[in-house]
Design a binder for this molecule. Structure first.
Ligand SMILES: NC(=O)c1ccc[n+]([C@@H]2O[C@H](COP(=O)([O-])OP(=O)(O)OC[C@H]3O[C@@H](n4cnc5c(N)ncnc54)[C@H](OP(=O)(O)O)[C@@H]3O)[C@@H](O)[C@H]2O)c1
Length: 227
């Protein structure tokens, strides 16, 4: 049974990850709002990644950082504050978590870190400047730390296309928009948080012990194929 910290495990992708892993692992979940989810292997702490000190832990094998943003605006209306805020939640929050828990992770025989990027760092899309800049920071962090922390700690990221979660609900706001988004993806679907959770479970498992420093597109073909 592994000890896992999931930051942002109460909604969307993080929630699906917790549901997938909680039967076989001990999970500490940190987020701003508590939910009614309960399990004998699950503990929740109210915590804000932007302002609070990360709590102490005793043992840790795996760190998963989920908080992020989708702040889509033309560059003319994106403020410098927008860029700073997106960088703060996507990159600095993850760096603070890694710095806090790295000494514990280094004591584990099978340590891994999982972060979240986006397809928008690979594919030029209008209005994605701020999130793309921030998530490119995540990509850089994964490459650099993959090398720096080998062979003791593996680190990878998943780069999803639009996924059906709370965060994406303001984009997926009606059937017509959903249809258009499905049509734009060569695999003709909307990615689900459960699919992303399966990839997260794999990347943090022993089956992925040869994989580090990688950013995995879950793109329903939108980056990879010409439609
Ligand atoms: N959904 C998509 O379409 C999509 C596409 C590409 C990339 N991604 C990336 O995938 C990751 C997960 O996205 P998601 O859609 O699952 O997001 P989500 O539905 O917004 O869930 C985010 C989770 O993080 C927590 N959280 C947010 N801000 C926090 C803070 N300041 N401190 C502590 N916890 C915080 C939330 O709980 P509280 O609000 O209670 O704190 C929640 O549990 C993000 O990094 C996102 O950028 C998502």
């Amino acid at each position: 049974m592994k000890n896992i910290i999931v930051i942002g495990g109460t909604k969307g992708i993080g929630k699906s990850i917790v549901e997938d892993l909680v039967g076989q692992n001990k999970i500490i979940c940190l987020s701003r709002n508590k939910t009614d989810f309960e399990h004998k292997n699950y503990k929740h702490y109210v915590f804000d990644a932007l302002t609070d000190e990360y709590p102490e832990a005793n043992d840790l094998d795996c760190l998963i950082y989920c908080p992020g943003s989708i702040n889509l605006k033309p560059i003319s209306t994106l403020s410098i504050e927008d860029f700073k805020n997106d960088f703060e939640i996507n990159v600095i929050g993850a760096i603070r978590a890694i710095k806090k828990y790295l000494p514990l992770l280094k004591k584990s025989a099978s340590a891994s870190i999982l972060l979240f990027s986006t397809v928008a760092t690979k594919l030029g899309m209008p209005y994605h400047a701020s999130v793309s800049v921030a998530k490119s920071g995540v990509d850089g962090l994964v490459k650099t730390l993959g090398s720096e922390l080998a062979p003791n700690v593996r680190i990878n990221a998943i780069a999803p296309t639009i996924t059906n979660t709370d965060l994406a609900s303001k984009i997926l706001r009606n059937e017509k928009i959903v249809e258009n988004i499905v049509e734009r993806h060569p695999l003709k679907k909307i990615l689900s948080s459960k699919e992303v959770a399966k990839m997260a479970s794999f990347l943090t498992s022993e089956h992925a012990s040869s994989i580090s420093g990688q950013i995995f597109n879950m793109d329903a073909g939108i980056v990879t194929f010409k439609s």
